[in-house]
Design a protein around this ligand. Structure first.
Ligand SMILES: NC(=O)c1ccc[n+]([C@@H]2O[C@H](COP(=O)([O-])OP(=O)(O)OC[C@H]3O[C@@H](n4cnc5c(N)ncnc54)[C@H](OP(=O)(O)O)[C@@H]3O)[C@@H](O)[C@H]2O)c1
Length: 403
């Protein structure tokens, strides 16, 4: 056995480099990510000053929209205003009683202003993949169209220890990424019936500081220390990467577009749950703006009301015959697709198309994440192809349990 030649050593070094897996964000990426977050927190009002607030919606009669997590915060506002603009709204919620109470209140407030609001409630608990599969099956069995799916429900359990769903997944990953991914794929037959249609994922600027290891989506292997920030930011990045591959897999003829939006900082339970110590850290971080931030405990709470996100919706509802809506989104999505752009459309809090994080452009990771996600939610890797060709999905959750 002779000593290895320089060529062989060079080859080994190259293959070692090729197989070296990225373990996290580089410090420049990390710094840029935080600058994006800070910029949004401090300047969102200025950046979005060109928008009307509240944003009037165009009439959206004849559109059917499913809004997940519509019993509070952004989702509640989206559901109410879409319904007031004439859409058929399905509140997909884990607490149907609370949703029925809201509908009653909205109908009372709306009475005399037009036809009764067309809203219904369906139960959906994203902490259970079985519940997602049952929801999709119930909806698809109506054989009706779906025009807009708004994956809004999400959690950010700030400062809490790592928790797992009964499906065995880290809760942020399940609620913010895995369950919406399953819902989006299983609802494709209805979205095809409603084409042109779209899937809107309420994402977050926090994805800029996120990193996903497709082999360790639940952050359990000890490669990275789990914090709620890691859980939340990774889940939001995972959603963008999955959406990017989904958009690529959907043939143009399906007429379905996938969009991620960052709503900005909105006064909701997510933000209100920030604890005092977190606010103190933010104070020191932004001490140059202390006079503004220290006004009261809810430092960001006055920055924005949920109205802003409604602009996204008016901007994003699909163009239908007789409905004056903005055609820009399908055009933009088609442009990205034609350019073989690595990511799906990402709309920033000021309602302008923008680039998601550098890591979101990592197509190699995105495809590995796509495969891993499908495995975790019990779907075949060719599921999109099958569904868009009129076939059926086999899923190992719900009544579809076949594997
Ligand atoms: N607020 C912000 O500043 C901000 C910034 C960036 C991104 N976002 C994103 O915006 C989205 C909406 O958040 P929000 O600010 O409106 O928060 P929110 O007021 O806490 O609303 C979250 C909604 O998600 C629902 N939900 C939570 N877990 C669920 C589950 N297991 N199954 C079904 N529904 C579930 C909640 O249901 P219940 O009513 O039953 O609790 C609630 O309706 C989230 O995806 C969030 O990440 C928010």
């Amino acid at each position: 056995m002779g000593s290895s030649s320089p060529e062989r050593e060079k080859g080994e070094r190259q293959s070692e480099k090729a197989t070296r897996v990225k373990k996290g964000l580089g410090w420049i990426e990390w710094l840029r990510g935080w600058l994006n977050v800070i910029f949004e927190m401090l300047f969102q009002r200025i950046a979005a000053s060109h928008l009307q607030n509240p944003m009037p919606l165009p009439p959206v009669n004849n559109l059917t929209c499913i809004v997940t997590g519509s019993t509070s915060g952004i989702g509640r506002e989206i559901a109410r205003q879409l319904a007031e603009s004439g859409a058929h709204v399905v509140m997909a919620v884990r607490n149907p009683k609370a949703a029925h109470e809201l509908i009653q209140k909205w109908q009372t407030e709306w009475s005399g202003k037009g036809l009764p609001l067309n809203i219904e409630v369906m139960e959906l608990n994203l902490l259970s993949l079985d519940s997602v599969a049952r929801f999709a099956e119930a909806w698809n069995s109506r054989s009706g169209p779906l025009h807009v799916l708004i994956n809004n429900a999400g959690i950010f359990s700030i400062g809490e220890p790592q928790k797992f769903s009964k499906d065995g997944h880290e809760e942020h990953m399940q609620v913010n990424h895995l369950a919406p991914a399953l819902l989006s794929v299983l609802l494709l037959p209805s979205l095809i019936r409603g084409s042109p249609s779209r899937i809107i994922n309420v994402n977050s600027v926090m994805h800029y500081v996120g990193f996903v290891d497709p082999e360790d989506m639940n952050v359990v292997m000890g490669k990275r220390k789990y914090t709620s920030l890691v859980g939340y930011s990774s889940s939001k990045l995972a959603q963008i990467m999955f959406s990017s591959v989904l958009q690529k897999q959907l043939p143009a003829e399906s007429g379905i577009n996938v969009v991620c939006v960052s709503p900005g900082i909105v006064q909701t339970n997510v933000v209100s749950s920030m604890n005092l110590s977190f606010l103190c850290i933010m104070y020191f971080f932004f001490r140059f703006a202390a006079s503004y931030l220290l006004c009261r405990r809810g430092i960001f709470l006055e920055l924005y009301k949920p109205h802003i996100v409604l602009y996204h919706i008016s901007y994003l509802v699909p163009k239908k015959v007789g409905v004056a809506t903005d055609p820009q989104v399908p055009e933009y999505c088609e442009l990205l697709k034609a350019d073989n752009w690595p990511t799906c459309a990402f709309i920033s809090q000021d309602c302008r198309p923008t680039n998601p994080s550098e890591e979101a452009h990592n197509t190699e990771t995105a495809y590995r994440l796509w495969e891993k996600t499908l495995e975790m939610i019990g779907l075949h890797s060719d599921v999109v192809e099958r569904l868009t060709e009129g076939g059926e999905a086999t899923c190992c959750y719900g009544n579809n349990e076949q594997e």
